[in-house]
Design a binder for this molecule. Sequence first.
Ligand SMILES: *Cc1c(COP(=O)(O)O)cnc(C)c1O
Length: 335
Amino acid sequence: MNLPDSSRIGRKFPLGFFPTPLHALQNLTEKYPGYKLYMKRDDHTGLATGGNKTRKLEYLVQEALDQGCDTLVTAGAQQSNHCRQAAAASVQARLECHLLLRGSKPETVNGNLLLSTLMGAHTHYCGEDIEEEDVRQVMDDLRRRGRKPYYTPIGGSTLTGSLGYVDAMKELKEQMTGQKLPIDTIFFASSSGGTQAGMLLGKAVHGIDARLMPVNIDKSGVSTHGSLEDAVLVIANEGAEAMGLSKHFTPEDVKLVDGYGDAGYGVVTEKDRSIIWELASTEGIFLDPVYTARAFYAMTDMLKTGQIKPGANVLFWHTGGTTANFHYYNELSGR
Ligand SMILES: *Cc1c(COP(=O)(O)O)cnc(C)c1O
């Protein structure tokens, strides 16, 4: 039988170490009676320290190579984990890497930006917002220099990138079977939407019942290109059609867990600091202040307030970003 599958519509350039571990959070489970807590370690995908963008970049980089491109262009915040992993992926695939970054050139280069720079990525500072015009300019300049650039947007959140998380759900299913571990609920951070869209598709393709809890790490409803929910819905339905899934996703399927990101993107709050401290000091595992801290806080809050069915096996999908802690050291050290 020819099952709908990501391999029908994309190919991978291997960049990471898979499967990533899935393990119990023993100490933390004691603090949340009535639940069993687990973690999926995509902070350990292995590419330049790891993170969720590794899975997306495997498909994106292969698409770039298949199109005969020799340069990868992408965009993000100065401390973007996606940009750091895109720089590493480019090194591995021998592509020239160009990063369009928000803001102006910083006085000190640290955290993810330091790592991207060490990997030879070229940086372009675009001011307050990265506009289509900025992208076009960089692409045109590269073409004038005789390069063949491939562009993937912020977070690599296209259908191609999302395929990495369709596969990730298959990986999870195999681990659930192997460990005889039925997962009921999956918490994770959602921001540009590709991870969420891929998980949603992967759930349908691979027949997984677990409930997705995508935590919006930014202010509700904020996005330059429509809402995050709309972006997820578009990618998921595009994927369903391309893979021949007899499924149409509705707004109900892409609902975000809202209200935990109201401080705004990249603003490190006391809650972010304290939840990073809580996990680090109970399990020796580091969250990041921009994404996973907010998602993890949402999970603990919903457990404490009984919003998750008692007795549930709850999985936190760690999407990486720990290198950003080295940029936010002032906020995190409590000064
Ligand atoms: C990019 C990122 C996310 C969000 O993934 P999207 O696919 O952009 O929604 C979550 N966590 C970390 C650490 C990230 O770098």
